[in-house]
Unconditional design. Structure first.
Length: 522
């Protein structure tokens, strides 16, 4: 359990911010049942002179995942370069482009013809050129994951998967996926960030072994299936299609280029094939994701694990979740759990455009047990889940201020200035921070130390104010705030300052002071 104490809080009409004893901040929506319960419990803790304690895992998606992965996946917000340096690495730099030169192939260049030296322009003696130094590239603070001491940037792109875990889904696949990309992050940091961008709008859950589950459109033939592009690569259920990494174009700026194209649902309408399959792709096999077209990616291998029913194709091509279809949802559950056809053959593409294809059966493939399809339950697409809506409850900032004031008044005769000022804006921090401290000293007398910026009253004025205060205390019907107003006046406070501290309108103050022959300070 990740229990922390609330040290202070600020409540406003835009939301509630809790400041925790672990140095973190927790932002909550204002008008929800959960927020109201937290604030109610915080005020009750104030009455007892205690700090409210909460379990972060019930509020933070990141903390929930950290607990479900037993700390294997941790989250931290900051600048990528700083975090990477902190963990003993250095930010990855693009490799410099080099050109191979054959000796003797370069002709010597003749010396340039001398040019008459230009007359230097005169420079005013008052002009002093300034060296501004190199331009500093801005690096924002973002949410990063730390897995096996490797920093994985841009994990906010995985929010759909993280939300699913927060709402009860198993974290095993997510954990394995993060471990797999951490193993190649040093050599493929740009590719990993692009991959996460591809997954940001993905609709299929991650498989339990950490593989990416995606779609591949094919064309049926008498011998199985072929690719829609070259129609030369024969494949079937159980095929592992691969090509050498050197043949896959790593340049993400080339949208349509050499490589095995894998799609997410939003790209299916662009293919004319009559077969839609589910494939598993190893995260480390992803080579490039075009930034302008992140509905597809180029990989060096994929495993065909399911063939989807034809009657679910129209749903998919219209970019809607398929998991309302019973058979499709069962197939997806099987794929996630690994209950699918194993690799039966290796289909190797030896050259570009589907050239030099060889098919090699896996040894013992015919003796492999058949998958018991349809026995893993059902699975839902990430966007085919009921939206979790927090119950709406009105949280009154005015009522909250009043309750905090009452708590502070019950603890000491006069609320501290910090509490009064903070309460005016819904800031509970002063009261909460004072929860574990002893009650403050009684209200200071008019002769006590004067605060900064306060006009020092004359001895005659002090003596008169003392008499007025004593008389006011003897009046049984005088409200407590009015007595405090007279005390503050005796300390030299102006009407404006007293109004701000006690929330009494200026007309009321004027009547109160006029009735006792007091003139405004300052």
């Amino acid at each position: 359990m990740s229990k922390v104490k609330i040290l202070s809080a600020i409540a406003s009409n835009s939301g509630v911010t809790l400041f925790l004893d672990n140095g973190e901040e927790l932002n909550l929506k204002k008008d929800t049942k959960r927020t109201k319960e937290i604030l109610d419990q915080t005020v009750e803790a104030l009455k007892r002179g205690e700090h409210m304690e909460i379990d972060l895992a019930t509020f933070s998606i990141e903390k929930t995942i950290e607990e479900k992965t037993n700390g294997v996946v941790r989250f931290v917000r900051g600048r990528f370069s700083q975090l990477k340096a902190l963990l003993g690495g250095t930010p990855s730099e693009p490799e410099p482009k080099t050109t191979t030169v054959v000796l003797g192939s370069v002709k010597p260049t003749p010396a340039p013809t001398p040019v008459m030296e230009l007359t230097k322009p005169s420079v005013s003696s008052r002009y002093v050129p300034q060296d501004k130094g190199p331009a500093v590239e801005y690096e924002p603070e973002e949410l990063h994951a730390v897995v096996n001491n490797k920093v994985i940037p841009g994990v906010e792109a995985l929010t759909p998967y993280m939300d699913a875990i927060n709402h009860g889904e198993d974290a095993a696949g997510f954990q394995k996926f993060m471990e797999r990309i951490a193993s190649v992050i040093d050599s493929r940091s740009h590719t990993i960030k692009e991959l996460l961008n591809f997954m940001s709008k993905g609709d299929l859950p991650i498989a339990d072994d950490g593989s990416i589950v995606a779609y591949k459109v094919l064309q049926s033939t008498s011998n199985g299936f072929v690719d829609c592009h070259s129609r030369k690569v024969t494949q079937k259920l159980g095929s592992f299609v691969q090509m050498d990494e050197k043949l896959v174009d790593p340049n993400r700026r080339n949208e349509c280029s050499t490589g095995l194209h894998i799609a997410r649902r939003g790209y299916l309408s662009g293919f004319s094939g009559d077969i839609i399959t589910l494939v598993k792709v190893a995260p480390e096999d992803v080579i490039a994701v075009p930034p302008g077209e992140p509905n597809k990616m180029r990989a060096k291998g994929y495993h065909i694990v399911a063939v989807l029913p034809a009657d679910v194709h129209p749903t998919l091509r219209s970019n809607k979740p398929m998991t309302g279809h019973e058979k499709a949802s069962k197939l997806l559950a099987d794929v996630i759990k690994g209950n699918h056809t194993s690799i039966l053959e290796i289909v190797n593409i030896g050259s570009a455009y589907g050239g030099n294809v060889t098919v090699t059966p896996v040894e013992g493939a015919k003796k492999m047990a058949r998958a018991d399809v349809g026995t893993s339950g059902v699975a839902k697409a990430l966007d085919d889940r009921p939206e979790v809506i927090e119950e709406k409850v009105d949280v009154s900032i005015r009522d909250l201020r009043k309750r905090v004031d009452e708590v502070e008044l019950s603890r000491q005769k006069k609320p501290s200035k910090a509490v009064q000022k903070a309460a005016a804006s819904g800031d509970l921090s002063a009261a909460i921070s004072a929860a574990m401290t002893a009650p403050s000293e009684p209200v200071s007398s008019p002769e006590s130390k004067i605060g900064k910026g306060t006009a020092k009253p004359t001895p005659e004025k002090v003596e008169k104010s003392k008499k007025v205060v004593e008389k006011a205390k003897a009046e049984k019907e005088l409200p407590e705030k009015h007595t405090l107003a007279l005390v503050l006046h005796a300390e030299g406070k102006s009407n404006r300052q007293i109004e701000a501290e006690l929330h009494i309108c200026r007309k009321t103050l004027k009547k109160l002071f006029d009735a006792r022959g007091l003139k405004p300070n300052g």
